[in-house]
Design a protein around this ligand. Structure first.
Ligand SMILES: Cc1ncc(C[n+]2csc(CCOP(=O)(O)OP(=O)(O)O)c2C)c(N)n1
Ligand code: SF4
Ligand SMILES: [Mg+2]
Length: 289
């Protein structure tokens, strides 16, 4: 059993007071406890950004703070090396939808068994508030001054995930911890590529997509009779561009994942392969020379 104390981490948290990342961290800790899996089998990767500092703030779980845009390929490698592990990724909207977008799309296409949690605050928070690929058209920032503000439509992580092959796609809000914990547990337990687009206020740089805004501009898919197995309906909801953002599960289906389908047909995960250490030494020697 995992206890809250096991997840404590003495690192000083450097997020701004009031940042939406706090709600995501608290939800992640609750989800990890609720998952009730051996803690040594949990692996977290992150990219670069305020959001991607999360591995430093949760104890007990194996974690790697990787490179900008690269937490998904690192997670894919870990998963294929040892399919017993539960792998999940924390990434920012800049990290995942700008430099990391190619990895995101292809991991969805391959239905790699992992959960991806996107901290979507509409900005590159760590680098001081430039508009991110998820910022709505017209969003005003230092790099998108008026007129016209951000001059193009955003990348929709939910629509991208659904069209490219993800098998669990949801949206949540960092202010709704109860809802987020439930979705995180579902996403990690899902066998295949699972994505949660988490609406996350950045109190320092984003004065438009605020706590108040999201509290007033979200509605529940569950309460509106949405069919999570209908791809076209899911896509329609993901692309909805009205006054309110739908939250909850958009899409949830089963399809063979990468490890069971294509990459490891007979030999199982890499950890089960017999490796001659002399061959490994030769590779190291070649790299050193
Ligand atoms: C290869 C590389 N390119 C660019 C950067 C600069 N950089 C650091 S964080 C960041 C964007 C972070 O935005 P996001 O992923 O949305 O995270 P947030 O800070 O908003 O949580 C960028 C462009 C970098 N560190 N490395
Ligand atoms: S800059 Fe924004 S995203 Fe980064 S810690 Fe501060 S409030 Fe959070
Ligand atoms: Mg961001």
């Amino acid at each position: 059993m995992i206890t809250p104390e096991m997840l404590d981490e003495p690192q000083k948290i450097t997020w701004c007071t009031g940042c939406g990342n706090f709600g995501i961290l608290a939800s992640l800790k609750k989800a990890v406890i609720e998952l009730n899996k051996p803690i040594h089998n949990l692996v977290l990767t992150s990219g670069i950004g305020c959001s991607s500092k999360i591995p430093h703030y949760i104890g007990g779980v194996n974690s790697i703070h990787t490179l900008h845009g690269r937490p998904i390929p690192v997670a894919t490698g870990i998963h294929l090396a040892n399919t017993d592990l539960e792998v999940f990724v924390h990434t920012g909207d800049g990290d995942c939808l700008a430099e990391g977008l190619g990895h995101f799309v292809h991991a969805a296409r391959r239905n790699v068994n992992m959960a991806v949690f996107i901290h979507n605050n509409g900005v590159n928070g760590l680098t001081k508030g430039q508009f991110s690929p998820a910022a709505p058209r017209g969003y005003i920032s230092k790099t998108s001054p008026p007129p016209p503000g951000a001059p193009m439509d955003p990348v929709s992580p939910t629509a991208q995930a659904i069209t490219t092959g993800a098998t669990f796609v949801a949206r949540s809000f960092s202010g709704d911890q109860k809802g987020l914990v439930k979705l995180m547990v579902q996403a990690i337990n899902h066998k295949g590529f699972a994505v949660i687009d988490i609406l996350q206020p950045c109190v320092t740089w984003n004065r438009q997509l605020t706590w108040k805004f999201y509290n007033e501009h979200t509605y529940s898919l569950e309460d509106n009779g949405h069919d999570v197995t209908n791809k076209l309906q899911a896509l329609e909801k993901a692309m909805e561009n009205g006054d309110k953002y739908p939250v909850g599960v958009f899409y949830n289906v089963e399809r063979p994942d990468l490890a069971s389908g294509i990459a490891l047909p007979e030999k199982g995960a890499l950890k089960d392969h017999k490796t001659d250490l002399k061959d490994v030494q030769k590779i190291i020697d070649d790299l050193i020379l």
